[in-house]
Design a protein around this ligand. Structure first.
Ligand code: COA
Length: 147
């Protein structure tokens, strides 16, 4: 069974979010550790997906423009748990969160290999490819009607 919780960096479950980010971005994708943990963690809203009792995926939302824009970052599912809908469920949990009530746009910088994943969730690309942490990315966005 899949369960998704929302939390802050000060909550004990944040350790599981960060452990997933370390496994996926630092160990698997060779992102430097110094770039992985940044100044945005403290104020961000974090999401953690459990498959049964096992932490399986995470994502982070940074609010911008006075809370009107939600920037989604650090979307990661453990390699062994991919292809089961956990990534899509995390993105849907962000969409449905009460913390997004005042949001009118979602933005994210997608790794190019994951463009189709985000397109399947309604995101469209903007602009060209740019490099971040040595990985090619493209800006994507999706509009939302504030509740
Ligand atoms: N490329 C293309 N399509 C992909 C994809 C990829 N890398 N990953 C998933 N999809 C598709 C799936 O086929 C599925 O389509 P379907 O609904 O038609 O079957 C849909 O997207 C949802 O897949 P899901 O099982 O929910 O995704 P996931 O749990 O495997 O998580 C990622 C997707 C991208 C989060 C995961 O592959 C991951 O953590 N990758 C490494 C970290 C990363 O690159 N994160 C993105 C940073 S921008």
């Amino acid at each position: 069974m899949l369960r998704i919780i929302e939390l802050a960096a000060a909550d004990p479950e944040f350790a599981a979010c960060f452990a997933i980010r370390l496994a996926v971005f630092v160990q698997e994708q060779n992102v430097p550790l110094a770039e992985e943990r940044d100044e945005y963690d403290a104020d961000a809203l974090h999401f953690l997906a459990f498959s049964g009792k096992t932490p399986a995926g995470t994502a982070r939302v940074i609010f911008k423009d006075g809370g009107r824009t939600a920037k989604i970052t650090r979307v990661a599912v453990l390699a062994a748990m991919r292809g089961q809908g956990i990534g899509a469920a995390l993105m849907n949990a962000i969409d449905c969160s009460r913390r997004m009530d005042d949001v009118n746009a979602f933005v994210l910088d997608a790794q190019v290999h994951a463009l189709a994943f985000y397109e399947s969730l309604g995101y469209t690309t903007q602009g060209g490819i740019f490099m971040e942490a040595g990985i090619p990315h493209r800006r994507m966005s999706k509009s939302k009607t504030p509740r």
